[in-house]
Ligand binder design. Structure first.
Ligand code: NAP
Length: 316
């Protein structure tokens, strides 16, 4: 019987793997079939992760974390968790392949997923002018006019990055001030290719087979106007990825997995959660990594308390 299955492959998951592997719990990481590395795979330079004074590229950071986990013999499964059976003392994780992994504990670190605008044509035009990832798709917009929606760090980062390719980048924000960190705002303000459209939201997406523009709604006056665009990048935040557990674990009113105090203990014994999936507020690579540590230590204590008792017989 395995001790721990870790679901996810972002900073929380790999850090939990490093700690549990070094505690000789021989973790298996269910790292996803297509999205190994999580959100940081879609970022460029990470300047605020301690230990990298010259910054580190998001994908490089994630590769290093995985290598560090594998150095201590973490097993990695490149598949998705499709179904979970968490209620009993033996936790079962069914993979996309149909294989079932069993363990005495599970660390759930599935992160968060891009938020959508929820407008008609958004899904159809995804990949045809609409994108959620500047580093993946920016290259296709050389000398084009594009807009980034949002006012957080992601929007600033995406807009600044996209000026490498596009001739003009609008940032469309629904209020008259950004919530992004000052340094990232300033970088956008200082860039001549970027123009901010304040107090505006996207009311309509235009284009038949490819995006041709949007209709903007002025959030103060209610006036509408058209804006011709070749590309639209949506950077309006993320929602915790809880679809596998929403009927199995207690959630908070913000939609994150509820944990006990500062621990990673969820409403089900032996199930721990870490990273963006429990964090509605901070959601940084470094806080996710720290949260992975907490989950690993909690899992370690839980396994130790079970002792040598067979899990099916243990009182948990
Ligand atoms: P965020 O901080 O939650 O910001 C989301 C932005 O989108 C907000 O400005 C919000 O507007 C806007 N928004 C939300 N829903 C919207 C809607 N339906 N229509 C239009 N606008 C909408 O998300 P984020 O920028 O993705 O950042 C997430 C976390 O990652 C943050 O903690 C951030 O610091 C971190 N991050 C850090 C870095 C870095 O340090 N290098 C880079 C990227 C992200 P309001 O402001 O009006 O609410």
């Amino acid at each position: 019987m395995r001790d721990v299955i870790i679901i996810g492959s972002g900073p929380a998951a790999w850090t939990a793997a490093i700690y549990t592997a070094r505690a000789d719990l021989k973790p298996v990481v269910v790292a996803s079939q297509v999205e190994v590395g999580g959100e940081l795979m879609n970022t460029t330079e990470v300047e605020n992760y301690p230990g990298f004074p010259e910054a580190v590229m998001g994908p490089d950071l994630m590769t290093k974390m995985q290598q560090q986990a594998e150095r201590f013999e973490t097993e990695v499964v490149y598949d998705d968790a499709a179904e979970l059976d968490l209620a009993g003392p033996i936790k079962k994780v069914t993979l996309g392949s149909g294989d079932v992994l069993e363990a005495r504990s599970v660390i759930f670190a599935t992160g968060s997923a891009y938020r959508k605008l929820n407008l008609p044509r958004e899904d159809e035009l995804s990949g045809h002018g609409i994108s959620w990832c500047a580093t993946c798709d920016g290259f296709f917009f050389r000398d084009k006019t594009i807009a980034v929606v949002g006012g957080g760090d992601s929007a600033m980062e995406e807009a600044t990055f996209l000026t490498k390719f596009a001739s003009k980048v609008y940032i469309v924000h629904r209020r008259d001030e950004f919530r992004a960190s000052k340094i990232m705002q300033q970088r956008a303000f200082d860039n001549e290719k970027i123009e901010v459209i304040w107090n505006s939201e996207i009311a309509e997406i235009q284009g038949a087979s490819g995006l041709t523009g949007v209709v903007l709604n002025d959030t103060v006056t209610g006036e509408k106007r058209e804006l011709a665009l070749d590309g639209l990048f949506v950077a309006i935040g993320n929602d915790p990825r809880t679809h596998l557990v929403h009927d199995k674990l207690e959630l908070t009113s913000e939609g994150t997995i509820a944990v006990e105090g500062r621990s990673s203990r969820t409403s089900v014994p032996g199930v721990f959660a870490a990273g963006d999936v429990i964090d509605p507020t901070y959601r940084q690579a470094v806080t996710a990594a720290a949260s992975g540590t907490v989950a690993a230590l909690d899992a370690e204590h839980y396994i130790a308390a079970l002792g040598d008792v067979e899990p099916a017989l243990a009182a948990v």
